[in-house]
Design a protein around this ligand. Structure first.
Ligand SMILES: Nc1ncnc2c1ncn2[C@@H]1O[C@H](COP(=O)(O)OP(=O)(O)OP(=O)(O)O)[C@@H](O)[C@H]1O
Length: 532
């Protein structure tokens, strides 16, 4: 099969009445999801003159968002899900390179879409920008918007008749190399970059994920990650391909762990794939002393380091559950290596990131591009992205010829992540190349400092940040220990050159929109507060 819709339709044939996607208030069966997506797909395709173009989706995580994503694929185009909370300025920067053929949204975002649209015509229309006009009537607003980025409202498709002939023709033109979607990552430099994922990559990746974790029609996912984050691809598409249910967990529950576990029980959730920060909240509140998830069988996590202390809490409370640490960047669709936790680790050990996913080759290269047991991780295989959209320079920097093979052309992705292969053959993550610290003449990985300090019983979470300007190591931490006591405790655990220069106690770690600890924000806030 050459496109992801074929897999989805096969599921619809097998499990037409199974719940495909659900949230607290509603649910949709596979059959209805297909019908609705085809209706919206017809609406889009009959108005766009050309296909295989990017369509930006501006809808909150919901049943309608899944329907919108599929509808763009049905229309022969590829989608870009945007964070609706993203500042308009950032959307502007994304649209500069994306040049979407249309925006697909819902009517609650008419005003926001209007302000996004206003900048498109900043130069073209000088005096009559639509934001300056008073549009009392939303119908007038909608009509005016059509003169800017073409704007579709998902609700409008409800009465659309499916044009089977049109959709069939678009499907027959699709190839597996066509993009399915573009995913914008934050970009460590702050400049968003749009990772292009083809149908082929999405299919190859899903083949591995579904098989590795035995996902089937009895699986009920409790989904945490936003749909503009690469991790969401795993549980969403695994559901759409197998007949599993994709149960959306409202974001608010991740601040109330007891209610979160209650939610898992109410919807009989048996599989979760979350960022470690979300699992840590449950552990740090000692939630399992009060309530336990009754149906949970699989706990998968990725996106950042999972501290072993918190993992041990989960394993002790729920010893029969299957745990796996998944590792990878957006550029490999989601994951390129994984480790099934099959033994006990002590609190100050680091969890391996394991072995390569099937179909995928992992190479470790040293600074001279020679194969090594420790160095930068390079990835090769069919899950690789097709580079960054309209950004050939950035693409050429990291999608490079395999340095270990100059015999024939072969692209590898340079992850920028540092790893080493232990004697047990398993990979271990050492941190990002760009986070590495050079301090007092030593090369230090902040992750090592975090692992040592995070293992102390009083620490709930900690993040180590380096300030180049003052050559200082800062340790932000959340926990029941005063700075002086922590500083004394650390002296016995770390050599002098690795000891943080400052300990900064905070009430709550900040999280980014994906739910990971927000390191960038910690650093910028500190610099601002201290006027550095
Ligand atoms: N299991 C894991 N353990 C440790 N780190 C992980 C794990 N999984 C992912 N990571 C880290 O997350 C990175 C991938 O993150 P992602 O592709 O979501 O982009 P980001 O880092 O959030 O944003 P950006 O690349 O734009 O700065 C990996 O390169 C790695 O550094």
């Amino acid at each position: 099969m050459k496109n992801i819709l074929q897999y989805f339709e096969k599921t619809c044939e097998q499990f037409p009445n199974h719940i495909a996607v659900a949230n607290e208030s509603s649910s949709v069966t596979f059959n209805d999801l297909k019908t609705r997506s085809q209706q919206a797909g017809t609406m889009i395709a009959s108005e766009l003159k050309q296909d295989s173009l990017p369509v930006a989706i501006y809808i909150d995580k919901s049943l309608a968002l899944v329907e919108a994503m599929l509808s763009v694929l049905y229309s022969g185009n590829f989608y870009v899900v945007l964070d609706t909370q993203m500042p308009v300025e950032r959307v502007r920067r994304i649209f500069e390179t994306l040049q979407p053929a249309a925006i697909l949204t819902d009517k609650s975002y008419i005003d926001k879409v209007e302000s996004i649209n206003s900048f498109k015509n900043d130069n073209a229309i000088n005096s009559t920008s639509i934001t300056e006009q008073s549009c009392e009537n939303s119908q007038i607003k909608e009509d005016k918007l059509k003169t800017f980025y073409k704007t579709f409202y998902i609700e409008d498709s409800i009465s659309t008749e499916i044009d089977t002939k049109l959709l069939g023709r678009l499907r027959s033109q699709m190839t597996e190399r066509d993009p399915a979607y573009i995913l914008y990552t934050s970009g460590s430099t702050g400049q968003p970059k749009g990772t292009v994922i083809s149908h082929r990559a999405l299919i190859a990746y899903g083949d591995w994920f579904i098989h590795a974790f035995d996902i089937n029609e009895r699986t009920v996912f409790g989904s945490q990650t936003p749909l503009y984050f690469s991790m969401s691809v795993s549980d969403l598409y695994a559901s759409l391909r197998t007949g599993a249910t994709y149960q959306i967990i409202p974001k608010k529950y991740f601040s109330f762990p007891m209610q979160l576990i209650e939610y898992l029980n109410t919807y009989k959730i048996n599989t979760i794939y979350w960022v470690p920060s979300a699992l840590n909240i449950v552990a740090n509140w000692d939630t399992f002393a009060y309530i336990k998830p009754e149906y949970l069988k699989k706990v998968l996590f990725a996106g950042e380091v999972m501290p072993v202390k918190q993992l041990n809490y989960w394993r002790k409370a729920l010893p029969d559950v299957f745990y796996a640490n998944l590792f990878g960047p957006t550029e490999t669709t989601d994951i390129c290596s994984y480790y099934v936790v099959n033994r006990t680790f002590s609190d100050d050990e680091t969890l391996p990131i394991g072995v390569a996913c099937s179909n995928c080759d992992l190479i470790i290269a040293d600074e001279n591009g020679k194969e090594a047991t420790s160095g930068e991780l390079l990835v090769r295989g069919p899950f690789l992205a097709d580079g960054y959209y309209h950004n050939p320079e950035k693409t050429a920097e990291v999608f490079v010829q395999n340095p270990l093979n100059d015999a024939y052309p072969e692209i590898v992705y340079r992850t920028g992540d540092l790893v080493y292969r232990g004697e047990d053959g398993l990979l271990r993550y050492q941190g990002r190349k760009d986070f590495q610290i050079k301090h007092m003449g030593y090369r230090i990985e902040p992750g090592e400092i975090e692992a040592a300090i995070g293992a102390l019983p009083e620490i709930h979470a900690c993040v180590c940040i380096y300030l180049e300007t003052t050559d200082e190591i800062l340790l932000f931490y959340q926990g029941k220990i005063k700075q002086e006591a922590l500083s004394a405790a650390v002296s016995g655990k770390l050599p002098a050159y690795m000891r943080p220069n400052k300990f900064i106690r905070i009430r709550q770690m900040p999280y980014n929109s994906n739910g990971k600890v927000d390191r960038k924000l910690l650093k910028t806030n500190y610099l601002e507060e201290n006027q550095l």
